[in-house]
Design a binder for this molecule. Sequence first.
Ligand SMILES: Cc1cc2nc3c(=O)[nH]c(=O)nc-3n(C[C@H](O)[C@H](O)[C@H](O)COP(=O)(O)O)c2cc1C
Length: 326
Amino acid sequence: MKLYFAPLDGLNGRIYREAHAHHFGGADLYFTPFYAPTTEGLTKKILTDLTCDGLPLESTVPQLLCRNPEHFMLAVAQLANIGYTHVNLNLGCPSGTVTAKYKGSGFLVIPDELDRFFDTVFSALQRDFGGMELSVKTRVGYSSEEEAPRLLAIYNRYPIGELTVHPRLRADIYRGKPRMKVFDLFARESRAPVCYNGDIFSVADLRKFTEAYPAISRVMIGRGAIANPALFLECRGTPVPDKKARLRAMHDEILEENYRRMGEGRNLVCRMADIWNYQIYQFFDTPLAARELHRAKTVAEYRAAANKIFREAPLRENAAFVQTLM
Ligand SMILES: Cc1cc2nc3c(=O)[nH]c(=O)nc-3n(C[C@H](O)[C@H](O)[C@H](O)COP(=O)(O)O)c2cc1C
């Protein structure tokens, strides 16, 4: 079974991914949060970040959010130049500002243009970047499950390296249960190898999925892995001794690296608190300390609240992220 760390904008940027790989690992691939190329391709800052990535290039897949084939290919050329051999196209982002520009899941609303995009991009890839794999991460429709067969027919016309399916509509955002009936269609009829993504929050969830879909050998995990960075190892049956100490070490690496970049201030506190929104499920008896984390105005206050959790709150056995109305 291949297990991938999903892209999570605002959560698992380069510093997070590196810290995860240092202290836990177990993911076969890390997908980066999306980058949106423009007429210049990707910005210098993004390219520097991707060049400095401390993980081997083969284990990181940059994700692009784009509907313009020229912009897309400019970014592909820049990424190939750094040494990347795999890029991913985002057809899932539900954010209103993104979909209003017909990007992310908004691209699903204009399937003819999506078809033309693939036509242009795959021709250019074959002509100029033979070794570059393009994978796609998609929802199963924008506003209706009935869009799925049309989308699948488009995907099946192109040599997509891997099709990651998050079986929700744009309107679902991340709520409700994944629409497994529609996923069945992709599992049965996709020409590209299918990777499943959605609501795998525990080892038991993965077991249930693999029992239902023994032929699917790729699974992408997002929120469940932020909540429990050891989830990939646990899914593989690898013992994780000293889990609390490793969580602490990973936390401290993320905090210190971000502090070096961002310095004092609320932005850093908010970034760390976003991670805690998920990770808090692993700790017992934390409502007060969790409130202190979110109320912290300075990095010093934040450190004190995080220290308190690591010092005083015991870890829960088999704790998993619980989906709320976030
Ligand atoms: C805060 C947040 C940020 C996300 N950012 C991205 C992104 O940059 N690119 C992307 O393809 N999906 C993004 N997603 C979607 C996840 O990759 C994943 O598809 C979704 O969380 C469902 O998988 P899960 O149930 O394992 O979390 C994001 C989701 C969340 C909650």
